[in-house]
Design a protein around this ligand. Sequence first.
Ligand code: AHR
Length: 318
Amino acid sequence: MKKSMIRLCFTAGLAIGLVFSLNVQALTVGFAQVGSESGWRTSFSESVKAEAEKRGITLKFSDAQQKQENQIKAVRSFIAQRVDAILIAPVVETGWQPVLMEAKRARIPVIILDRNVAVTDPSLYLTRIAPDFEVEGQRAATWLTEKTGGKCKILELQGTVGSSAALGRMKGFNATIAKFPETKIIRSQTAEFTRAKGKEVMETMLKAEGGGKNICAIWAHNDEMALGAIQAVKEAGLQPGKDILIVSVDAVDDALKAIVSGEINVSVELSPHLGGPAFDVINEYRAGKKDFEKWIHMGGAVFTIENAAAELTKRGAK
Ligand code: AHR
């Protein structure tokens, strides 16, 4: 009798343990991603997918093709599917309040990754895991003003209009060069963070500048546009990295290779590995933590000819 009671309690304990661990592990997370406009974005998506797989998390992935309306639709569909948590890497800053309120009403925690959202109620998301875009712009400008002695005519390729990555980088860069009266952005236009547009817009700018001989630098808000711009500079008969300095952000492998070959001068690093910290936050939330810092900061290095090759080796880049 005693033995059978012990056996019963043991089996019940095992069953409860199993149900509990299934509950903790069987996590379904929706991820509303911006798109696949850049090498950095692709690495970011791949890294989140790989991290989810490693942790046994079911990831519902949506590629919004750089359109906020697609992202909002994806978030609504995640809410309808009753996912356990939602990750959003927002295309632009504004327009998020209503759908975030829907997620809150459905008691689904939201984590913002990479770019920011402009909302009046900070309780609409748990936390944001991201770099400081303004600092990235400052670091790019600091390198440039030091290199040129504060004398430089710049062509700027902006990222997506209304995205916090473009807004922040512009703000940080402009504030830094404002201290140097002979450093000026003489043309500035969006190329939407893509290589094709980077090339196209740069071709037009160089033509408008009589071929580009009077241009000291191109400031591109990401590597993808910088890589496109390099093509345009070459086709204009100039040497990128020498005749025109190339300053950029992301530090993807292709950009580091271009630094090694002398065609990009500097790239400020943006880590694409945001998935691990995001899933850690979700786990902590499910374990009972409710108060998170509103911004979990991701740092990065600045790569130039001095350290790009070593970084490529460290990454095992091919
Ligand atoms: O929001 C981050 C930016 O978006 C990256 O710098 C760029 O490559 C991407 O498209």
